[in-house]
Design a protein around this ligand. Sequence first.
Ligand SMILES: [Zn+2]
Length: 263
Amino acid sequence: MSTHEQFTDELPLLAMGTLEGDDRQALETHLQECAGCRLELESLRGDMALLSLSTAGPKPPRRSRERLMAAVAREPRGAVAAKRSSFPRSSPRRSWWMLAPSLVAAALVVVVVLLGNRNSALRQQIAGMQSDAAAQQVELRRAREIVSTLTASDAMRVTLVAAKTPPQPQGKAIYVRDRSSLIFIASNMPAAPPQKAYELWLIPTSGAPIPAGVFKPDGHGSATVVNPPLPVGVEAKAFAITIEPEAGSTTPTMPIVMVGAGE
Ligand SMILES: [Zn+2]
């Protein structure tokens, strides 16, 4: 008849899943008739579960974890067996405590495996961010190309109008309120009078006109204004152009020479 003291040092091995063969069979038979050992086994299994839950992240592959645990547990099993032959059965608890360092080692192995998995998740995340950044670079390059074409001093600017209509002075304002972003392109503009320039005005839905850049057309009558300083989020009712001193004015000088309302 087996007593339950002789199984005490085998319970942790069973909990770790590394007890095999006759030893395992004998212990399992004993467990069926011993509530004390069943309780102890449950508490050991609880410890093991806490151990593997104590780090966040995905679980390591089951196979590799078992292999690692077995490797760690193999050595102390020999030590346990040696102890048994040289110590009386009345002190089996000592050999259970001998296992403590290997449990710590097993815990470290689990942690290392979990961190390894986490590391590869992070690497994937970084790769994702790098491809996002590359996509943004492409987008930025396209945006720069568009702006540099619109504003190039050597660009050929052609305004197409209905046939047989003489070319008219013309301005086009493209305004994005939420970004306070404004691009203005003019064509066929007569030269400004001496010491004078054209000034663009944003006419808000309420309040006074807001200065939106001073410009002088080139020899072909073309001009551009890109992102003049503007207050944030102003709703525009219209844009207008007046003739002002070269430095610009803070309020428009009449008359208005060109005007256009939103489409
Ligand atoms: Zn027992």
